[in-house]
Design a protein around this ligand. Structure first.
Ligand SMILES: [Zn+2]
Length: 389
């Protein structure tokens, strides 16, 4: 590895599972005659990230040894840090159809052409209860991540993947950069240090402030919105993307900041997902990663700072990406600027803070939140979306 730049992918090598040229034609012909399994939306997101190297060093869906090792120790069986299992679930009926086949064609939808071939190394029983308690710290089925695990098939098919093409998306194609492409883009711009920002929400002033604080100490900012499956009450991807676009248009330096899509599905696993998010962003070439309060959390399942604290459970250097922990921030009328409890000595009466519920209520009534809370361009997009929705 060269010194610090570019940052090495997790495990040392950026994986690329796409098969090209004549080999792809041969693989396509082979796939036509194999047992077929349709991959669900969430696992298709994982397949995309396995294929393009976002989940390096994984080369396929995990087997039972790695699965159990991740649940019990947040490490792969070979000792590399890893926080969330990446498995392909099978129902009993699908497992019957696969039978003892050593290869299976994976389909992105019923009746579609195969997207990949899985070289099956094993089929094992998913330990759902243990997985829920380890990864999500709860077995409450009201938790959306736990519910997704419970609703998945009881078995998992493991093995390496050979991928014919990335899943097709009919939206935002110019924003869908692979890890190799974001790395190339960072190099083009001469960025040696890059901070990644994970989001599944529109960006208001508080998060803009945090990103810009981080940008003060590095060369570039990658705003990396998650665009795989989310909860149905999260703001839809097209609305969020319009918000990011107006924000970048009006308020971000183009030579220092960029937006690209993170194709992952949301787990809502809080602390464990923060680790997983950080490792993936390292693979995209980020040297730094922002961890806010209740990162990747949902409801009241996780403590405010759990997702920041979990990074301390790893040895220094084990993850290779530097996390930047942030407090919640707000506009303070006495400071006359954005601030946080770390930097502002004033009381609540000086601070403009609105609950998520209050903001949604204002937007629904066609009312812009104060410009100290939300950029007016962003507020207008959200108001319009509420009207359409
Ligand atoms: Zn203040």
């Amino acid at each position: 590895m060269s010194d610090l730049h570019p940052i090495a992918p997790h495990g040392g090598e950026l994986v690329d599972l796409l098969v090209a040229g004549d080999a792809a034609q041969t693989l396509r012909e082979e796939a036509a005659n194999l047992p077929k399994v349709v991959v669900g939306e969430r696992e298709l997101s994982d397949l995309e990230m396995l294929a393009n190297g976002a989940l390096s060093p994984l080369r396929g869906f995990q087997g039972e040894r790695d699965y159990r090792s991740v649940l019990d120790s947040m490490h792969l069986a070979d000792g590399l840090a890893w926080a969330i299992p990446v498995v392909l679930s099978l129902t009993d009926e699908e497992a019957k159809r696969v039978g003892g086949a050593d290869s299976v064609a994976l389909l992105p939808a019923e009746g579609a052409e195969p997207i990949a071939v899985l070289r099956v190394s094993e089929i094992f029983k998913r330990d759902k209860q243990h997985e829920a308690l380890s990864v999500y710290r709860t077995d409450d089925e009201a938790h959306p991540g736990v519910r997704a695990v419970q609703e998945a098939g009881d078995l998992c098919a493991a093995g390496s993947l050979e991928v014919l093409h990335l899943p097709e998306h009919d939206d935002f194609s110019s924003y869908r950069l692979t890890p190799a492409q974001t790395r190339a883009e960072f190099a083009n711009r001469g960025w040696k240090t890059v901070v990644g920002f994970q989001t599944r929400n529109p960006i208001h002033r508080a998060h803009e402030y945090i990103q810009k604080c981080a940008l003060e100490i590095v060369d570039g900012l990658l705003v990396h919105p998650l665009m795989g499956a989310t909860k149905s009450d999260d703001v839809p991807p097209d609305v969020r993307m319009r918000c990011y676009e107006v924000l970048f248009e009006g308020y971000y330096p183009k030579d220092r900041a960029m937006v690209s899509i993170f194709p992952a599905a949301m787990r809502y696993a809080g602390p464990r997902e923060a680790i997983w998010h950080a490792i993936a962003r390292k693979n995209y070439g980020c040297t730094h990663f922002i961890v806010g309060r209740d990162h990747a959390g949902v409801g009241t399942y996780y403590g405010t700072y759990d997702a920041q604290a979990i990074f301390e459970e790893f040895e220094p250097g084990e993850l290779g990406i530097q996390t930047l922990n942030f407090e919640h921030s707000f506009w303070c009328a006495s400071c006359e600027g954005m601030a946080s409890p770390k930097t502002c000595p004033h009381g609540e009466e000086s601070r403009i803070s609105l609950s998520g519920t209050k903001v949604r209520e204002m937007l629904r009534d066609g009312e812009r939140p104060p410009m100290e809370f939300s950029r007016p361009e962003v507020a207008d997009i959200l108001i319009a979306a509420m009207r359409e929705g």
